[in-house]
Design a protein around this ligand. Structure first.
Ligand code: DMJ
Length: 640
């Protein structure tokens, strides 16, 4: 290739060089001449370079350009022979003409594309804000839809336990069947009103007839009532309602939200609820959602000790503790109530991360000194030291003890460490916290600031069922003793109901002097549709078949029906000692998850969710015992 002649650049003529006699002193003339020469050399080198570049640089026509949103990706062209072009090529003879034409065509196309893009941009600017917003929303929806399609990909199949007793339980007795039907009708009433007035919100305001939420669920609408209610709907045979809930979950339940939630609450209600719905129905979507949520909770464990924060932001993963909890502490009943769900998550996903998190908590607790053998309710996640020495089997402590026992039960009674920890804890509790009142009522007090407070919360009433459930397998064959203890707690809690005007139990009751099993402070007189007392009746019923438990359960159901039912659902009441109750206007999600489920089970046969195959999490979501020797492959409809 020859060096091209000097051509005008941009149409400007280069003035002819003056090579005539010098009009300046010789040395200056020589300098000017060499300057011109250097300039000429630089210019010619530059032009040669440009010209060469035109021929030798990789040809853009050999690359396809794809526009993927914000990113431009250059994909190497694959030639007709299928070989990848190196990007450098030579032009030969007649091909040159064709090549120029092709180049021209591409240049025109690029020009046209640019013009089109410019037009589109202008067009956008002409649009109103609303139109632009609508377009952005459509785009967003498209992305969400694509993500959902991805999400629906099934997780790898794993062996799942044989699922016994997910249907049935029809009572033989007509009277009991009628009662069971009544409970089912109450569930329909609660669900239908939520469906009408609160759909997608976390809970329902049955009087205002609108959605309701609290800070435990964060700031977004996560349909807590739907998730919490699913398994109750399923076992009651309310399949159309179940399907309705399932569709909402498929289409709307999204955990990629900038929302700070309670790790404990979303674990027991959402992960527990989704896992139970998965095991009962076999629908993969529930398992997938449970795993997605669990992944979002994991950052809560990023503390110096591995004891999780109480709250975590689902989007940022930033965690923190409740402002009111003793000097920045985490709470025993919160970080100690993850075991069941997390073990199932590891089991279903094959990912040990969940199992390791909860076992780490257990190991840490096991090593710690315990005052009087009792676990204080507060533990600082930064220092690993106990906070205030307050121990209770009610709020702040309750389900930690429950989950030690249930860890052992769900492992087919092979997790001996959990059983030992449970036995040790219960022995200390019995020694220091459980007392008999002057009137002969056995109650569980609270250890606070070095003394026993003779006060028992409604929440602590669950312990009657726990003692009964843990009776079998107890140390030194004290099964009879623990069953008896459970029955005593059930009796005390029944008294707390019976000594009110509404026959519904207060939030907390005292045993002081002449006062027994009654609330003293106004602020403790409310009933918010809690399940614990009915839960204990049900366990006692299963283990003893003593008809008094069905009778007490029925009394509670009638009281709920009479004083808590309103046309828009069910509401808590502010004062159980007043014959004219004021409603709090909240239908709690646990009313559908627990209270109505335990009532339904109380009036069902023992073949529905038998206790040697199922363990109920603290929100009453049944999870199967992992009989590892007796498994079948998931996805096989025969096992459902
Ligand atoms: C439920 O969410 C659970 O039972 C929890 O363990 C404690 N309290 C509520 C219902 O009262």
């Amino acid at each position: 290739m020859t060096t091209p002649a000097l051509l005008p650049l941009s149409g400007r003529r280069i003035p002819p060089l003056n090579l005539g006699p010098p009009s300046f002193p010789h040395h200056r003339a020589t300098l000017r001449l060499s300057e011109k020469f250097i300039l000429l050399l630089i210019l010619s080198a530059f032009i040669t370079l440009c010209f060469g570049a035109f021929f030798f640089l990789p040809d853009s026509s050999k690359h396809k350009r794809f526009d993927l949103g914000l990113e431009d990706v250059l994909i190497p062209h694959v030639d007709a022979k299928g070989a990848k072009n190196s990007g450098v090529f030579l032009i030969h003879g007649p091909d040159e003409h064709r090549h120029r034409e092709e180049e021209e065509r591409l240049r025109n196309k690029i020009r046209a594309d640019h013009e089109k893009a410019l037009e589109e941009a202008k067009e956008k600017l002409r649009k109103s804000r609303e139109e632009i917003r609508a377009e952005i929303q459509t785009e967003k929806n498209k992305v969400v839809q694509e993500m959902k399609t991805k999400e629906k990909k099934p997780l790898p199949p794993v062996p799942i336990p044989n699922l016994v007793g997910i249907n049935g339980g029809d009572p033989e007795d007509d009277d009991i069947r009628e009662k069971r039907e009544k409970i089912k009708e109450m569930m329909k009433h609660a669900w239908d009103n939520y469906r009408t007035y609160g759909w997608g919100h976390n809970e329902l305001r049955p009087i205002a007839r609108k959605g309701h939420s609290t800070n435990i669920f964060g700031s977004s609408q996560m349909g807590a009532t739907i998730v919490d209610a699913l398994d109750t709907l399923y076992i009651m045979g309310l399949h159309a309602e179940f399907l309705d809930g399932q569709r909402w979950i498929e289409d709307n339940l999204d955990f990629s939200v900038n929302s700070e939630v309670s790790v404990f609450e979303v674990n027991i209600r959402f992960i527990g609820g989704l896992l139970a719905a998965y095991y009962l129905s076999g629908e993969e979507i529930f398992k997938i959602k449970a795993v997605q949520l669990a992944e979002k909770l994991l950052p809560a464990f990023n503390t110096p000790t591995g004891i999780p924060w109480a709250m975590v932001n689902l989007k940022s993963g930033v965690g923190r503790n409740w402002g009111w909890a003793s000097a920045g502490s985490s709470i025993l009943a919160e970080f100690g109530t993850l075991h069941m769900e997390f073990v199932h998550l590891s089991y279903l996903t094959g990912d040990l991360v969940y199992y390791k998190k909860v076992m780490h908590i257990r190991k840490l607790l096991k090593k710690m000194d315990r005052p009087n053998g009792l676990y204080p309710n507060y533990l600082n996640p930064r220092t690993g030291r106990w906070g205030q020495y307050h121990t209770s089997v009610g709020g702040l402590g309750d389900s930690f003890y429950e989950y030690l026992l249930k860890a052992w039960l769900m492992s087919d009674k092979t997790d001996h460490e959990a059983r030992r920890m449970y036995d040790d804890a219960i022995e200390a509790i019995e020694k220091h916290l459980i007392k008999k009142s002057r009137g002969g009522l056995v109650f569980i007090g609270e250890w606070k600031n070095g003394h026993l407070e003779k006060k028992m919360g409604h929440l602590a009433c669950f312990a009657g069922g726990m003692f009964a459930l843990g009776a079998d397998g107890s140390r030194m064959d004290k099964a009879g003793h623990y069953l008896e203890l459970g029955a005593e707690i059930a009796r005390t809690c029944h008294e707390s109901y019976d000594r009110t005007a509404l026959k519904l139990g207060p939030e907390s009751f005292k045993f002081d002097g002449a006062m027994e099993a009654v609330a003293v402070r106004q602020a403790e007189k409310y009933y918010i549709l809690r399940p614990e007392v009915i839960e204990t009746y049900w366990y006692l019923w299963r283990f003893t078949h003593d008809p008094r438990y069905r009778q007490w359960g029925w009394e509670a159901a009638l009281a709920i029906e009479k004083y808590c039912r309103v046309s828009g659902g069910f509401s808590g009441v502010k004062d159980v000692y007043s014959s004219f109750p004021t409603h709090d206007d909240v239908q709690q999600s646990f009313f559908l998850a627990e209270t109505l489920k335990y009532l339904y089970l109380l009036f069902s046969g023992d073949d529905l969710l038998p206790l040697d195959h199922w363990v109920f999490n603290t929100e009453a979501h049944p999870l199967p015992v992992l009989h590892l020797a007796n498994t079948t492959l998931s996805g096989n409809p025969a096992v459902r």
